[in-house]
Design a protein around this ligand. Structure first.
Ligand code: FAD
Length: 282
């Protein structure tokens, strides 16, 4: 069985101290030889300069690929074009293309209201320069009209030029496998256009539950209940969380998952522990 590729996601730090800490996290995780690191972007440009700072710092730090996230909601085409040109000048050749969610209070969807529009715009602007990853939802995007509509949207993003899709996190392997099979039935060649499993390690109970509820990810009852029982026993949460996510990854590997994208939460552990325990490193 071949080992899946793996990558890590960072979010930009808010302070100079956080930025420095993130660089040392990068150094530690980079020793595991991931395929690339991605950096999130606050929709509506809310983290624009901080995303640029960390992307630029990572580009000069090592030769591992860096994939900036780009969102389109609320942004003008000219701002997006400027960013694409800048990323090209930094030698970047991979983008995670998203719609984003507008910060509360901000109105107006802008010139490119959906990720599909952004994928088309990137292809018009930069041809095939960038490998484009888009978002996928094994348990359906919370605002989607229906499961089918959401699948159509993903198929359309592939047809418009996306090269791969990274899933929202999930703890039920069948939801990922169902999505992969459904894409195949809709004519997407998931070998050529892989469905990358988004993996969220579990280290904290309340943040995870809040985040899962807001993005429509399901936390199975046996996980939710035990996390609640552990209260503030962070060691018990970490050990249980490791076990749950390790088993999920093992199952995905046995089902031939092509790649895993770890939502690292800017931490070395438990990402390093999972990658090593799963034998993903070269
Ligand atoms: P889309 O693919 O455009 O879909 C959004 C919704 O609109 C779906 O419900 C879809 O079914 C629906 N839809 C599509 N087309 C139409 C239409 N024509 N009419 C009506 N409805 C339509 N957010 C950030 O702000 N920054 C990040 O860096 C970031 N990184 C992410 C990374 C990953 C791997 C994932 C999975 C999500 C990330 N997000 C990020 C969150 C993401 O931006 C949100 O989930 C957002 O709500 C949807 O983005 P999307 O790209 O999936 O949008």
């Amino acid at each position: 069985m071949s080992k899946p590729a793996f990558s890590f996601e960072f979010f930009p730090a808010k302070t100079e101290q956080g930025h420095e800490k993130l660089l040392s996290t990068y150094d530690e995780l980079n020793k595991l030889s991931p395929s690339y690191f991605s950096v999130t972007y606050g929709a509506g440009g809310s983290t624009r300069s901080r995303t640029l700072d960390i992307v630029q710092a990572l580009c000069t730090r090592g030769d591992t690929g860096v994939a900036p996230h780009m969102s389109c909601i609320g942004d003008d085409k000219s701002e997006i074009a400027e960013l694409l040109t800048h990323y090209k000048s930094l030698g970047i050749n991979r983008i995670v293309a998203l719609r984003g969610d507008l910060p509360s209070g901000q109105v107006g969807m802008g010139e490119l209201p959906f990720a599909l529009d952004l994928v088309k715009f990137i292809r018009e602007h930069s041809g095939d320069h960038f490998r484009i990853e888009v978002a996928a939802y094994p348990e359906m995007h919370p605002q989607a009209r229906s499961f089918d509509f959401d699948i159509d949207n993903l198929v359309n993003k592939f047809q418009a030029g996306a090269d791969a899709a990274i899933t929202q996190f999930f703890y039920n392997a069948d939801s990922y496998l169902y999505l992969r099979d459904t894409l195949e039935k809709r004519g997407v060649d998931t070998v050529a256009k892989p469905l990358v499993a988004g993996i969220m390690p579990i280290t904290n109970s309340s943040n995870l539950v809040r985040f899962a509820d807001s993005c429509g990810a399901d936390i199975p009852r046996y996980v939710r209940k035990q996390l609640a029982d552990f209260g503030d026993d962070s060691k018990a949460i970490r050990e249980f969380g490791f076990d749950v996510v390790y088993r999920l990854c093992e199952r995905l590997i046995s089902e031939g998952v092509p790649a895993m994208h770890f939502y690292s939460m800017n931490k070395v552990e438990p990402n390093k522990r999972l990658v090593e325990a799963l034998g993903l490193t070269a």
